[in-house]
Ligand binder design. Structure first.
Ligand code: ATP
Length: 612
């Protein structure tokens, strides 16, 4: 799973090097937005953060007490640790204090971890729910412009990044921040002169962090992009594994994946090289600074400008400060990643969802469907006009078959009926009312679709049929299955209606899946029916069962059928021939077959192999 999705995948996602002020403002806005989700859980979150400050502060007690205990023994410039010099009482007192501080720290840590997780997980659960709820309501155009596999894996990894930031990085930031600031205070109290010597070395560290850090981020992002690319190959080929096998393309895909992984590897190793240099440099400079300061302090100690307690305290706190400072770049880069992820999630949430109006039960349509002068281009391909002034009208209960060469625009007509897209010009009308005046929810509630490739959801057969009507009773489900000619085969399974169907209904045949989809549509009881006939031919028995089920389903409903089978075309009340986005012919099978130079006649000869 890609840890850092490509930035260019989302509009307004964090770009490589935006101006700093803009980045800061954006980062602040992202952080503020994220904290909005924590607001309902502030009763847990705020004490948890306060607890964090407290425990981080308490951890400063250790170097202090250590210097108290050991420093006394070094008094007078003697470096020999004589047991007699150390007052037993002082050690015991310090020890007791240490144990007390430890116990207090443990107690607070227990509660603050629980509270932080409670608040954080709940806030994230809300965010996950809201993001999914919004995403699923976005218009089709949003999904057709993106690769859905990539979208879902990015979403998952972005939410994971945000979770890590909240549960792991934020506590680290507080802890290291407190230790850094508190430690520096103690360092200055111990010896401001030495502290200044130490601080003089810091700009070198900061400059390196800034320069190398930026390069590392660039490399890391590149590596993550490469990883995301290789993941797309895995997702696509596993989803279409049957195709890969059918073409015996396993070696080809293995090689393709291998190349992608090689690209990732190159990138990741380059990033690792930079990181290794960075860490080596930090260790050298940071601890080199500490060593230099200790050496300098030792001189001051010899000259009597510093007491042994001050010196020891200084050294111990310097190590603490150094460690905190060394880990801050990592913490910041993680936070930056999380804020980038936040930014992308915010972009998704800011997308305009589909029309959500239409409370209550929709009033039933009679089923008259009309397309009036419809012109349409897909938003993702504005240069191609797919429908160029299509008009037709279906009376309630009429069966209209749409035929035409591949790419003529048949599926597009269906997409417009279902309101996946709106026409650029012209209108879609139901019972004479323009679709724009009917809430999308009501419109779709009146239309059921039996698609070409039936997608069954992971779950039981019962769940899959009930998808047509949430809350359907057992009797309704069985009745629908009977009408769809599906009851008999379902009963043959040992677990009947409880039989689980796989990811894509692998256990069921094409004809069986069709009949489940028909049962679903029967249960939905729509006024209008959209059928996208399967192109792959079923065997004659299966075809008979499916056709019978379809006849039952179509009875008394307006049916718009993308027809691939002669039976459907012949039985249709009217046939609409689409070519190049225009309705070129319309009439019954007999009427159209009689046209000597007709498009339908030619198509029928080609498609059905019959001279009509
Ligand atoms: P087929 O019988 O092969 O399914 P069709 O008649 O149903 O074809 P459509 O799927 O409606 O044809 O496609 C019409 C045109 O619109 C084609 O040129 C296709 O490339 C284009 N098209 C379809 N869907 C999209 C989309 N989501 N974005 C951009 N262009 C699309």
């Amino acid at each position: 799973m890609p840890r850092r999705p490509q930035d260019n995948a989302s509009p307004g996602g964090s770009s490589d090097d935006p101006p700093k002020a803009k980045l800061d403002r954006k980062a602040a806005a992202d952080a503020a937005w994220l904290f909005r989700y924590l607001h309902p859980y502030r009763k847990w979150f705020i004490p948890a953060i306060l607890g964090l400050f407290f425990t981080a502060g308490l951890s400063l007690v250790f170097p202090y007490m250590m210097s108290e205990i050991a420093g006394g023994s070094l008094r007078g410039g003697s470096v020999s640790l004589s047991a007699a010099d150390v007052s037993a009482e002082k050690v015991n007192r310090a020890m007791l204090l240490l144990v007390g501080a430890l116990a207090l720290q443990a107690l607070i840590a227990f509660f603050r971890i629980r509270w932080l997780n409670f608040a954080g997980e709940r806030a994230l659960a809300d965010l996950r729910r809201e993001t999914y709820g919004r995403l699923i309501r976005l218009p089709m155009a949003f999904f057709s412009e993106r690769r859905v596999g990539e979208l879902s894996s990015r979403l998952a990894s972005d939410l994971m990044l945000m979770r890590d930031a909240l549960m792991v990085t934020l506590p680290q930031l507080v802890r290291h921040g407190v230790i850094l600031v508190g430690g520096l205070v103690f360092v200055f109290i111990s010896s401001w002169k030495l502290a200044l010597v130490m601080l003089a070395c810091i700009p070198v560290v900061i400059l390196t962090v800034a320069l190398v850090g930026r390069r590392i981020r660039g490399f890391t992002r590149d590596a993550q992009d490469r990883l995301a690319e290789s993941n797309v190959i895995v997702e696509e080929t596993l989803q279409g594994v049957a195709n890969v096998k059918a073409f015996t393309n396993e070696p080809y895909e293995t090689a393709r994946y291998g190349t992608a992984i090689e690209r990732y590897l190159t990138s990741a190793l380059r990033s690792a090289g930079a990181k290794a240099f960075f860490i080596a440099f930090i260790i050298f400079v940071l601890f080199g600074t500490v060593a230099f300061v200790v050496w300098y302090g030792a001189g001051m100690l010899r000259d009597g400008r510093l007491t042994s307690e001050e010196f020891l305290r200084f050294v111990l706190f310097s190590v603490f400060v150094g460690a905190a400072m060394g880990s801050l770049p990592e913490v910041f880069s993680q936070l930056q990643g999380a804020l980038g992820a936040t930014d992308r999630i915010r972009d998704y949430l800011n997308e305009e969802p589909e029309d959500q109006s239409g409370e209550g039960e929709p009033s039933r349509l009679r089923g008259e469907v009309e397309l009036r002068g419809v012109r349409f281009r897909y938003p993702s391909r504005p240069d191609v006009e797919v429908l160029r002034g299509v008009s037709f009208k279906a009376a309630p209960g009429e069966r209209i078959a749409i035929v035409g060469p591949s790419g003529a625009g048949k599926s597009t007509v269906i997409g417009l009926l279902l309101g996946y897209y709106d026409p650029d010009e012209g209108s879609v009308l139901f019972d004479g009312t323009p679709s724009t005046e009917i809430p999308l929810r009501h419109r779709r509630a009146q239309i059921a679709i039996v698609p070409q490739e039936v997608l069954l959801f992971g779950g039981s057969i019962r769940d899959n049929i009930a998808y047509g009507k949430t809350g359907a009773t057992e009797d309704e489900i069985v009745a629908a299955a009977k009408k769809a000619n599906a009851h008999a085969f379902i009963e043959e399974f040992p677990e009947g209606y409880e039989t689980l169907v796989g990811d894509r209904g692998i256990k069921l045949s094409g004809g069986q899946r069709q009949r489940i989809a028909i049962a679903r549509a029967i249960l939905a009881d729509p006024a209008i029916l959209v059928l996208d006939e399967a192109t792959s031919s079923l065997d004659s028995e299966s075809e008979r069962l499916v056709q019978e089920a379809l006849d039952t389903l179509m009875h008394g409903r307006t049916s718009i059928i993308i027809a691939h089978r002669l039976a459907t075309v012949k039985d249709a009340d009217r046939i609409l021939v689409l070519r190049n986005g225009q309705a070129v012919e319309s009439g019954t099978h007999e009427e159209l077959s009689a046209k000597p130079e007709g498009v339908y006649r030619m198509l029928a000869e080609l498609q059905f192999g019959t001279a009509v």
